[in-house]
Design a protein around this ligand. Structure first.
Ligand SMILES: [Fe+2]
Length: 350
C-alpha cells in the first residue's frame, strides 16, 4: 500500500522549501500561556445531551472530480445526524487553490448554521498560503468557533470549547495544532512530524487548572482533538486487549518526538480521550490505561490514499465520520462511526 512515502516527502519538502518563513508567526513557542479564557461555550440540549460530529482528512480540492464524494459525505452526514457541533481534525484541503478548497468543504456546515471548529492538519499549509492565512479564512466562516492564534502559543488552531448545562461547565473540548513537520538539529538530524510544544502544554494546563478550580477541585471530563497522533499510540496498540473496536488498516504515523502531552493529561486528570485523524486507514478505538485513543473515520475521497471498507480494507472505499454523544453531568460518553449512507458501526460507551 503506497500510503505515506508521498505524504512524508511532501511534509519534508514543505519544511525545507517553504516551512520556516511561511510559518514563522505560528511557530513561536514562548513559555507564557495566554489567560485561560475558553474560545467558546455551547449549551447542552434541553434533554441534557450534546452531539458532536468529527470530520477528518477531507483532503478537498475544489473543482476536482476526485473530491466529489467528500463533499457529498459531509452534506449527508450533517443532514443525517444534525449535530450540535462539528470538529474537523485536519487535512481539510489537499491542493490549489488552497483557501477556496478549505472554504468549499466547510461551507455546508456554515450553511446549516452548525457551530464548528478545526484542528489543522499537516497538509493544510502546504499548498501556497501561510497557515495563519488558511486559518484566518476559515475563522471568517459563519459559525466557526476558533479564535485568533494565541500570543506565544505554538501553532494556530489551539482552542478550548466549554459545554455547559445549568450555568456550569460539564465537559471541555481541547483542540491543539499539531502543525506539520520538523527537523531537529543535533549530532543526528531528527526528521519527524511536528510535536505539541512546551507553550501548548502550558496553555492546556492553565485552562485545565481553571476549569478544575471552578468545579470545586474536581477535573471536568474532557477530550482532546488534534491531527497527528502521539507516539504513545504505538505502545497502546501493542498492549493486549487494547483494541475495543474499528479497523486497524495501517501502522500509525505519529511524531517521533514525545511531547509530554500525555503526561500532562495524566497529571491534570481531565482528558479521557485523545481523538485524531492522519492515518486514513484506521478508525479504531484503543484503551490505554485510563485514556482512550480514538481515530476519526476518513471523510475524504480519492485525492489521497484510503482503503477503508465496511469491515476492513476494501476497494469499496467508504468514507464517513465519527460521532460523540455526551450527557450533562455524566462522565461517560458514547461514540460511533457513521458511514456514508447512514450505516452505524462501533457503538461504544466509554
Ligand atoms: Fe490526511
Amino acid at each position: 500500500m503506497k500510503r505515506r512515502s508521498f505524504l512524508k516527502n511532501a511534509a519534508w519538502a514543505s519544511v525545507l522549501l517553504t516551512g520556516a518563513p511561511a510559518f514563522a508567526a505560528c511557530r513561536k513557542d514562548a513559555a507564557q500561556a495566554s489567560p485561560a479564557v475558553p474560545s467558546a461555550s455551547l449549551p447542552f440540549r434541553a434533554d441534557g445531551t450534546f452531539k458532536l460530529l468529527q470530520l477528518t482528512d477531507t483532503h478537498y480540492i475544489t473543482g476536482d472530480s476526485r473530491s466529489e464524494r467528500a463533499l457529498r459525505c459531509v452534506e449527508e452526514a450533517l443532514d443525517g445526524e444534525k449535530p450540535d457541533l462539528v470538529i474537523h481534525t485536519g487535512d481539510i484541503l489537499f491542493g490549489k487553490p488552497d483557501i477556496p478548497s478549505a472554504i468549499e468543504i466547510l461551507q455546508p456546515i456554515a450553511d446549516r448554521g452548525i457551530p464548528f471548529a478545526v484542528a489543522l492538519g499537516n497538509h493544510d499549509s502546504q499548498f501556497g498560503s501561510a497557515r495563519e492565512d488558511v486559518f484566518s479564512a476559515i475563522r471568517d466562516l459563519p459559525g466557526c468557533l476558533n479564535t485568533a492564534p494565541k500570543d506565544g502559543v505554538y501553532g494556530c488552531s489551539n482552542d478550548v470549547i466549554a459545554l455547559t448545562a445549568g450555568g456550569r461547565t460539564c465537559r471541555v473540548l481541547y483542540l491543539f495544532d499539531s502543525m506539520d513537520a520538523v527537523i531537529l538539529k543535533g549530532e543526528e538530524e531528527i526528521h519527524s512530524y511536528d510535536y505539541i510544544r512546551y507553550s501548548q502544554l502550558g496553555w492546556y494546563r492553565a485552562h485545565s487548572e481553571q476549569f478544575t478550580q471552578e468545579n470545586g477541585g474536581t477535573p471536568v471530563p474532557s477530550l482532546a482533538f488534534f491531527h497527528i497522533p502521539l507516539r504513545e499510540i504505538e505502545e497502546a496498540l501493542a498492549a493486549p486487549d487494547s483494541l475495543l473496536g474499528g479497523i486497524n488498516g495501517e501502522p500509525p504515523c505519529p511524531s517521533r518526538i514525545n511531547s509530554g502531552l500525555l503526561a500532562q493529561f495524566r497529571e491534570m486528570g481531565d482528558v479521557q480521550a485523545i481523538v485524531t485523524g492522519h492515518d486514513h486507514d484506521c478508525d479504531y478505538v484503543l484503551r490505554y490505561g485510563n485514556l482512550y485513543y480514538i481515530y476519526g473515520r476518513f471523510s475524504g475521497c480519492d485525492t489521497v490514499y484510503n482503503h477503508l471498507g465496511r469491515s476492513g480494507l476494501s476497494d469499496e472505499k467508504v468514507s464517513g465520520c465519527r460521532l460523540f454523544e455526551f450527557k450533562a453531568g455524566a462522565p461517560n460518553f458514547r461514540t460511533w462511526v457513521r458511514l456514508y449512507g447512514g450505516e452505524v458501526q462501533q457503538m461504544l460507551t466509554l
